[in-house]
Design a protein around this ligand. Structure first.
Ligand SMILES: Nc1nc2c(ncn2[C@@H]2O[C@H](COP(=O)(O)OP(=O)(O)OP(=O)(O)O)[C@@H](O)[C@H]2O)c(=O)[nH]1
Ligand SMILES: [Mg+2]
Length: 338
């Protein structure tokens, strides 16, 4: 019990805290408040078990939680929750119990249907995007959760580098778990915000996208760049074989395509998916290339019925690129070494 901490990021939540803090008397509580100026500090100071850290300005949930956990002893068990009473405080003892055996506990919302339609759509899209761009998260059930627990010593804190404004810290912490960490989940009913307003805004989309690319390690851009280099290699081989060696075009094309495929494979393996290894990746990458050629061909053929054939081909290339990228992420390089 001694090192069980509840970490709560807050911004203008004093009315909710008046209800929540008295329920947390069994735990040590760390509040990271972004200068709400609404009486939060005065309220927190009334509770002996509550420590409040005030930051000068609003910088987002993720960095707030990180600042909070940096204050804690390494052998702490930590639960992160919101102040707005959407996260059920009655689950705390269950989460801390799970942390006796597990390193990470995610609390999974089972009543997403109680959310408004638009919030549900946003939440599902965001969930899907994280799954698509950060395949390591596929073992999680609720990638958007803000309610979760972890053993601090199982987390490599140096790996946590959330940007300003970001707010999905659960994914960052999950990805920073040390090798061999055990994870589990608890389902719960997601409540309604009691007082005050949600801090979600249009800017949240931008921050989510920023976090998505950061956690993706910008692989999508690196992949596109390697593809571009492959195009140059492909054209160069073709030019050399046809122009200088006078080999028939239909034969030269086979070599230029295979040459650029091998070139792309090596670059991707060494520089893009270098933290992952996988059996038969060369064969699987050839399949990715084959499928994407077929997609390119069929899309270009079909769309040329409606638009200019060059534009149709361009769209075919674009769609086949997207396919090849996600196929590489999810089917070719599938083993995560870190
Ligand atoms: N320190 C700090 N806390 C924040 C910031 N933004 C939000 N919070 C707190 O983070 C928690 C979650 O914020 P909410 O606005 O409820 O966001 P949400 O739960 O993801 O979204 P909703 O489902 O709309 O409620 C609350 O305790 C907020 O007070 C911030 O910039 N800094
Ligand atoms: Mg909320």
């Amino acid at each position: 019990m001694r090192n069980n901490y509840v970490v709560i990021p807050t911004y203008k939540e004093v009315d909710n805290l008046k209800v929540l803090l008295p329920k947390l008397s069994k735990y040590k509580v760390v509040i990271i408040d972004d200068n709400s100026q609404d009486g939060t500090i005065e309220l927190c100071n009334k509770f002996k078990n509550v420590h409040v850290l005030v930051r000068p300005k609003k910088e987002g949930i993720s960095s707030a939680v990180l600042e909070g956990i940096k204050l804690l002893p390494r052998n702490s068990k930590v639960v992160v929750m919101d102040a707005d009473l959407q996260h059920d405080f009655r689950l705390l003892s269950k989460i801390f119990n799970k942390l006796e055996k597990y390193d990470f506990v995610e609390c999974v919302r089972i009543n997403k249907s109680s959310m408004s339609f638009i919030r549900r759509v946003i939440s599902n899209i965001s969930d899907l995007l994280f799954l698509a761009f950060v395949p390591e998260t596929k073992v999680l059930k609720d990638r958007n959760t803000g309610f979760f627990g972890f053993r601090l010593e199982s987390v490599d804190i140096k790996k946590l580098r959330p940007g300003i404004g970001e707010w999905k810290i659960a994914i960052d912490i999950f990805l920073a778990l040390k090798r061999g960490s055990k994870i589990t989940s608890i389902s719960y009913f997601f409540g309604k915000r009691k007082y005050g307003k949600s801090k979600l805004s249009l800017a949240s989309f931008f921050y989510t996208f920023k976090q998505l690319l950061r956690l993706n390690d910008y692989r999508i851009f690196k992949f596109a760049f390697v593809g571009f280099l492959g195009l140059i290699v492909n054209e160069s081989i073709l030019f050399y074989l046809v122009k200088f060696l006078r080999i028939q075009e239909y034969i030269s094309l086979v070599f230029s395509i295979e040459g650029s495929t091998l070139f792309n494979f090596v670059l991707l393996r060494e520089f893009v998916f270098d933290k992952r290894k996988s059996k038969n990746s060369l064969l699987k990458f050839h399949l990715a290339v084959l499928y994407s050629l077929i997609i390119n061909y069929l899309v270009a053929l079909y769309l040329s019925l409606f638009v200019n054939y060059l534009f149709a081909n361009f769209l075919g290339i674009l769609i086949s690129f997207i396919f090849r990228y996600f196929y590489s992420e999810h089917k070719v390089w599938t083993e995560f070494s870190e």
